[in-house]
Design a binder for this molecule. Structure first.
Ligand code: SAM
Length: 289
């Protein structure tokens, strides 16, 4: 069954008496080469278990099942579960879980289902909730080998922007803390049904096996990043001081100069390594007072 054929998608859905749910970001792929390419490029090791978020009617799931030992697919829409029972009937290596990826205990699910193997994430993400899902995956306590996601083009640009770029933001810095993100390829809006208003792109994040940055306080470092981008028009001393009055503007300026930056720099020019160092300097100041 060609699960990217619009006629078949419509038939399968109408047999199950369901329609596309816009509120769940249901834009299904209708060009077979796209899920094939995502499945090919999402992972380097053939012995990796794949966690898929939002299988839809299973077009990407099927390609993943053909390449990897096991696929665990989490789908929120209970109307799609019987459909997946039919479309994936030929694959014994798939487990479909009817749940919200934001609510399920991912660590517990993978301890139960992944047989101790490495796990990579692969998903054509629902666009209404892209950033929360990415942050949830990074913070859920599972060491994924990689996370490959289809996202809106502008989100792809944000995820992969270098420091100083207009697209660089809090999510860019957060992703850079956990791994290296790169754009794999673009996907035009016409490759989906229904077609969204914007084009998309596939991004792969290879996660560090051992942490590359080890700030003394992760909480403070992320707090500084949030402060910097919540008030991105302010200089960094102003933005940080507004959120953390215990750190004076001259102190922050001095720390920045110590790191080789002008004291009136904006946060968007600092890469994750600089945020980590700045947070250590401020943490040490706090511990010594
Ligand atoms: N994988 C299919 C494809 O590529 O054609 C469908 C992708 S569609 C963009 C997003 C899918 O994510 C939908 O099936 C939707 O029901 C599901 N979804 C939306 N929110 C979800 C959530 N919080 N947890 C799990 N699945 C979700």
């Amino acid at each position: 069954m060609d699960l990217c054929n619009p006629k078949i998608i419509k038939e399968v859905m109408s047999a199950a008496k369901i329609t596309f749910r816009h509120d769940l970001g249901q834009n299904f792929l209708i060009k077979r080469e796209i899920p094939e390419r995502i499945a090919d490029e999402c992972c380097d090791s053939e012995d990796t278990v794949i966690l898929e978020i939002g299988p839809g009617i299973g077009c990407l799931t099927k390609e993943l099942c053909e390449r990897y030992p096991k696929v665990i697919a989490v789908e929120i829409d209970k109307g799609l579960i019987p459909v997946l029972g039919v479309t994936l009937a030929d694959y014994a290596n798939v487990t479909v879980v009817n749940s919200d990826i934001m609510k399920i205990d991912i660590k517990e699910l993978l301890e139960r289902e992944a047989e101790g193997k490495e796990v990579a994430v692969c998903a054509n993400l629902p666009y209404y909730i892209t950033t929360p899902i990415l942050m949830h995956l990074l913070e859920c306590g599972v060491k994924f080998s990689s996370i490959t996601v289809m996202v809106q083009n502008e989100v792809a640009e944000r995820l992969t922007a270098p420091a100083g770029d207009s697209e660089y933001g809090a999510i860019t810095a957060a992703i850079a803390y956990y791994g290296e993100a790169r754009r794999l390829f673009g996907v035009p809006a016409g490759c989906f049904m229904p077609a969204p208003k914007v084009n998309s792109a596939v991004v792969r994040i290879d996660l560090y096996k051992t942490p590359k940055y080890q700030p003394k306080s992760e909480k403070l470092m992320f707090g500084l990043i949030r402060a910097a981008f919540d008030m991105r028009r302010k200089t960094l001393p102003n933005a940080i001081n507004a959120k953390y009055p215990e750190f004076s503007k001259p102190l922050i300026g001095e720390c920045l100069q110590g790191l080789g930056y002008p004291e009136n720099i904006r946060g968007e020019r600092l890469d994750i390594s600089a945020f980590s160092s700045l947070s250590d300097m401020l943490y040490e100041y706090k511990s010594s007072t």
